[in-house]
Design a protein. Sequence first.
Length: 163
Amino acid sequence: MELSDGVIKLIPVNPAQAQELASGRSPLPAVPDYPHADTAAAARIFRDSLGIDNWVPGFGIYLIVRAGDGLVVGDAGFHTPPDLRGSAEIGYGLAPSARGQGLASRAVRLLTAWGFAQPGLSSVVGETDAGNLASIQVLEACGFVRIADRGDRVRYLLQRRPT
């Protein structure tokens, strides 16, 4: 299930693609500086969750593809399906050449909108380094509220809006 806002497409990563990402290779045509530093670690977490049958379709990794040129510029996704409280954590990252263009914010908005349309998800958590101002700006631009400061880490929360 592909998600799109016309500027980016989020393409779900399948198990074979997760293995490629875990090895540091993009499974689709990408900008030269993708995968970024955290991609392999996220892909290994996703791959391992498949191995323990802890995968729910849609609650995994997506490749961020620029609609204009069809190149992968980053990845975003849920670390796990919602827990028993209805909460899931989100992560995202862009190739250095794609940063500062609003693409991460677009990806987070697409993912959270899709997630909140699913049964069982009531809140999304985002955590980042306290010094990662770009990531903090993404979370705040997408409506997340800071809920915790843990030394060098900050934690944000986005609640599903009542319908």
